[in-house]
Design a protein around this ligand. Structure first.
Ligand code: NDP
Length: 457
């Protein structure tokens, strides 16, 4: 029975204990909110250029600790070391981008009769960020750094399995000179610390990333307090491959194996035009066989373990031993390993083809023509991302306009850049993170009218 007062962080590649961390209680959340509110009042009064200067110093400190942060992410989340270094760099880059945003955040002047009308973009106050375990460091950064830049304080609750990089980032913020209590991390359980943050009347906004089920609960609870939310939820993204595409590039298995498939943008529905289905199957079989799965700290490793035994059981439930599938290799235990897998005998409406599995498992499905591809791509409650592969520009434009998802790429599998907006359609979420409007999502507009028709005294 897990101790409710403590979090045990396991290395998913070895199942060894990496650390134990005290779990925040609802009382701890109360204390943290009160401190954060005081820190925020002072922070909001700091000139934007000075806020930006401090955030740039924070970026420098993160940069100097890239390797330490990356190694922590490898240990607590099982990310390959190459990916983990990219993630630390992403946190640094986002800090620099957000710092520039702080300097550019302005209101407007609107012509009105009888006076001047001006708007101010004011910070919200204390923002709660609830992060999942799949990308502990980037998602902590995406929710927190633009909020800080816009003049808010942040309370970050990481997932109970992965609190270490978040805690280290908060320590580095202090080293960089950010005010005490402005950016606090509350490691804890979702149903205690997470709920306390959501329900707290002095937390002005919640940014939640995780499952659609928990996101729905967070939104319902926020509704009681009319508290705004940003939700980044699940996905079941299509990879639409037309017969004229560069098949080798289109069928890159890391479009669904990156982070062992624990990626909300993973292209797990591989939709291939039926005329090239056999060729696609052969390419995928070769590609899966070549994937190097193993110790994530080894520079040669391409795919690490799943986060936990629980997650592995969940993934396994979608892949019966006798299911028709292409399979790669994975180490035996210890460690939460699962082989790269493409299910080849699914219907598009079967659970494996509809539900977010969150493991290294995709389904291969044929389509006939453009209309059929669009119909299948959209036949999902999700709408986060997707790829479209074709050399026909007109078709690329038509399909990218018809697919209902927040982040599409044509002849590419990329989804996330810190300077472009990221977020989902349908049950994949609400609101956008990153990009030019990220700071605005952490402000509210105040309109002030100044009469010029004041009678002389
Ligand atoms: P959750 O959505 O339950 O967890 C995400 C975060 O929310 C964690 O920090 C969690 O804390 C917290 N949380 C849990 N319950 C509450 C609550 N009632 N109020 C406030 N915060 C809460 O995801 P799971 O870890 O349970 O993963 C289950 C499935 O969700 C995965 O298999 C995957 O399919 C999907 N998922 C999708 C993600 C995505 O980015 N799309 C990310 C993570 C999961 P705690 O860690 O203590 O539970």
């Amino acid at each position: 029975m897990p101790d409710p007062n403590e979090l045990t962080v396991l290395d998913p590649a070895t199942e060894e204990i990496v650390a134990t961390v005290p779990a925040a209680t609802a009382g701890d959340v109360d204390t943290a909110v009160a401190r954060a509110a005081r820190a925020q009042t002072r922070w909001a009064a700091v000139a934007p250029a000075d806020r930006a200067r401090l955030l740039r110093r924070f970026a420098d400190v993160v940069d100097a600790h890239t390797e330490e942060l990356a190694q922590l992410e490898v240990r607590e989340a099982g990310h390959t070391v190459a990916n983990a270094r990219w993630e630390a760099g992403n946190a640094r880059d986002l800090l620099l981008y957000a710092a520039g945003g702080a300097e550019r955040l302005t209101g407007r002047q609107i012509p009105v009769p009888g006076g001047w009308d001006v708007t101010f973009q004011e910070p919200l106050g204390v923002v709660g960020v609830i992060a999942p375990w799949n990308f502990p460091m980037p998602i902590a950064a995406w929710g927190s750094f633009p909020a800080l830049a816009a003049g808010n304080a942040v309370l970050l609750k990481p997932a109970e399995t992965t609190p270490l990089t978040a805690l280290r980032l908060a320590g580095l913020a202090l080293e960089a000179g950010l005010p005490e209590h402005l950016f606090q991390v509350l490691p804890g359980h979702g149903d205690t610390a997470g709920r306390a943050l959501v329900d707290h009347p002095d937390v002005a906004k919640i940014v939640f990333t995780g499952s659609t089920r928990t996101g729905r609960e967070v939104m319902e609870r926020c509704a009681r307090l009319v508290k705004p939310v940003t939700l980044e939820l699940g996905g079941k993204s299509p990879n639409v491959v037309f017969a004229d595409a560069d098949l080798q590039a289109a069928l890159d298995p890391f479009s669904f194996l990156d982070n062992a498939g624990q990626d909300c943008c993973a292209r797990t529905r591989v939709l291939v035009q039926e005329t090239v289905l056999d060729e696609a199957r052969a390419l995928l079989a070769d590609a899966l066989a070549a994937v190097v799965v193993g110790d994530p700290a080894d520079e040669r490793t391409q795919m690490g373990p799943l986060i936990s035994g629980r997650q592995r059981e969940r993934v396994r439930s979608y892949v019966p031993d006798d299911a028709p599938a292409l399979r790669g290799k994975a180490p035996d235990g210890p460690g939460f390993w699962f082989p790269p897998t493409v299910l080849t005998g699914e219907r598009h409406d079967s659970p494996a083809a509809r539900e977010e599995i969150f493991g290294p498992v995709a389904v291969l499905l044929p389509f006939t023509d453009e209309q059929d591809a669009i119909r299948l791509a959209n036949d999902t409650p999700y709408g986060l991302s997707g790829s479209i592969w074709t050399r026909d520009l007109g078709r690329a434009l038509r399909v990218s306009q018809a697919v209902r998802a927040g982040n599409l790429s044509v002849n590419s599998h990329s989804s996330v850049r810190y300077w472009t907006p990221f977020g989902g359609y349908k049950q994949s979420g609400l609101g956008r993170e990153l990009g030019p409007d990220a700071l605005a999502a952490f402000t509210q507009t105040k309109n002030v009218f100044l009469s010029t028709e004041v009678p002389a005294p």
